[in-house]
Design a protein around this ligand. Sequence first.
Ligand code: IFM
Length: 438
Amino acid sequence: MIFPRDFWWGAATAAYQIEGAVAEGGRVPSIWDTFAAQPGRIDNGDTGARATDHYHRFADDVELMASLGLSAYRFSVAWPRAANLDFYDRLVDALLARGIRPVATLYHWDLPQWVEEGGGWTNRDTAYRFADHAAVVGAKLGDRVAMWHTLNEPWCSAFLGYGIGVHAPGRRADPFPAVHHLLLAHGLAVPALRSASPGSAVGIALNAGTVRPVTDAPADVDAARRIDGLLNRIFFDPLFRGAYPADVVTDTEAVTDWGFVRDGDLATISAPLDAVGVNYYQPDLVGAAAAPVDDGSPYPTGGRVVHHPVPGPVTDMGWAIDPTGLRDMLLRVTRDYGPIPVYVTENGAAFADTVVDGAVHDAARIDYLRGHLAAAHEALSAGVDLRGYFAWSLLDNFEWAFGYGKRFGLVHVDYATFTRTPKDSALWYRDVIARGGL
Ligand code: IFM
């Protein structure tokens, strides 16, 4: 299973999860600093204050990437560092010096606290502030970044951050204004990036979960339609078809009135993109609830849908391991929203790794990655214009509400010393890259 010669072999990270140095270089507080400081929000009371100390160790981390043979690295630019982007300037130069394409995400969840205090993503103005930010970052890095992602997984920002409040800023309210303002922010940022960074590709990285009904019964199929609408189509449709899905609007009338959508917004949101990023981890298996249930699900369905465990192995997150979901998602994105170049912008697994005699034998992660790369190759062979793959993550890091307890890295991080130890999966990935495939 050999991938195209110019395939982008990458790994991904995000600013708050790895940088640390939250009070350095003029950085201002973000919603994750505030949220993590609140008792009970994060497992073990962890915060991202030091994370993996990448801010100070980026040069060594770039050497690590080079030693694995990465041809692309996906990182995010912290909006709270907007006043001083010199760190990213140095990072991008270091990547280019090692022949690694810089792929930059403008928003991976770390909203400046001052923007949240103005209403955050529930306030339409935040979309315009974000477009200004895109122009500033584009002006600084636009001559060197190979590909931009405006947002990472806006579903998480809206539904986890503003709907059920398990992510920052921890609000429990109607998530749909946040959905729309995030998409509007994306749409406004696209032309800002195009003028600041001519020649670079512009896209977005979306949560893309394959949703399957637990049986073929019409009620279960309808439950899958609802969840697919609220996870996938609510983002893909406005971006690629210029309209919110009619069934989603109807389904959510009891929760929101959609009055925040103004004339012209959908034209802004559906500005053509050069590529789409698929972040895939696991499929969802859902069915109809016999009676309304409140299972704490982030999907506002009025309790009509039950989430079923997917049979088979799971990761340390409890997430099902099913590479067919990735294959199906890549085919579906191409069929329903393409033709368009597609990148797997995140894919990976957490396991409880330990260092033994200077090595980490993470065979389960190798199996996970091998299975998903094979699935990606299947989609490629079936006609998907798949251009690259980014493993999540380069390093073990701060896994949001789970703190440091969940290890997704190809490279182990000792959080007491910040020592990096490439796991067996990193060495395996290096060999895959060198071979150009499996
Ligand atoms: O760690 C996260 C990342 O920030 C966004 N996508 C999913 C990953 C694993 O939960």
